[in-house]
Design a protein around this ligand. Structure first.
Ligand SMILES: C[S@@+](CC[C@H](N)C(=O)[O-])C[C@H]1O[C@@H](n2cnc3c(N)ncnc32)[C@H](O)[C@@H]1O
Length: 202
């Protein structure tokens, strides 16, 4: 709903990051999803956050604004050019370089290098094919009570359509079903943006 999406407004830095995302051809999180990420980070008093899919920094700024002021956002992306823009956006948003750890690489190559149980929140916003492996990694990386968030969980509205059998939708559907049935997670699907799956690690 448009009102919910724009209930919390974006400032100039976020609008700039968003227009740069359009220029490089990627979808940033919507304003509503960004506000929900900030809320999740603030609710968990998050100090250590992992983001998969830096993009131009829209979601990163929202997360940093919800985290503790001494918190560090570890953000991963395969595209160095996207991260170059995000680095500039984080600085423009007033975050010193020490608040971010920007790692270039494929998520599934980088995640094994991160410490077990050391993170308060893990946000996934990259290619859908890797989402199941990212959820597996989240179980290892998050502390008990930590939060997993996955963007795009409604798959453009296809998730609830049984006739939609394209590989991305099927992968998302199976991953979400496994999460719902697992005793390791307490999940909820938030209808902001293209769907934000949020789950607490038990
Ligand atoms: C939808 S954009 C992220 C947008 C960003 N979260 C935001 O809201 O500003 C997806 C990003 O994931 C990156 N990406 C795609 N596959 C990846 C992978 N396997 N590992 C890491 N990053 C990946 C892309 O380069 C792109 O920058």
């Amino acid at each position: 709903m448009q009102f919910a999406e724009s209930y919390v407004a974006e400032d100039l830095v976020l609008r700039t990051a968003r227009s740069l995302a359009e220029e490089v051809g990627i979808d940033a999180v919507t304003t509503g999803a960004g506000a929900a990420l900030r809320l999740l980070a603030a609710a968990g008093n998050a100090r250590a956050v992992v983001e998969i899919g830096t993009g131009t920094g829209v979601s990163g700024v929202w997360l940093l604004r919800g985290m503790r002021t001494d918190g560090v956002l570890t953000t991963i992306d395969v595209e160095v050019e996207h991260q170059r823009i995000a680095r500039r956006i984080f600085a423009e948003a007033g975050f010193p370089a020490g608040r971010t750890r920007i790692i270039a690489g494929r998520a599934l190559d980088v995640l094994p290098r991160l410490a077990d149980g050391a993170y308060d929140l893990l946000f996934v916003d990259a290619e859908v094919t890797g989402v199941s492996a990212c959820v597996d990694a989240a179980l290892r990386l998050l502390r008990p009570g930590g939060v997993l968030a996955v963007n795009g969980a409604l798959a453009g509205g296809r998730i609830g359509d049984p006739a939609a059998r394209d590989p991305e939708t099927v992968t998302l559907r199976e991953t979400m079903k496994a999460l719902r049935e697992s005793e390791d997670w307490v999940p909820a699907l938030l209808p902001v943006g293209d769907g934000l799956l949020a789950a607490i690690r038990c």
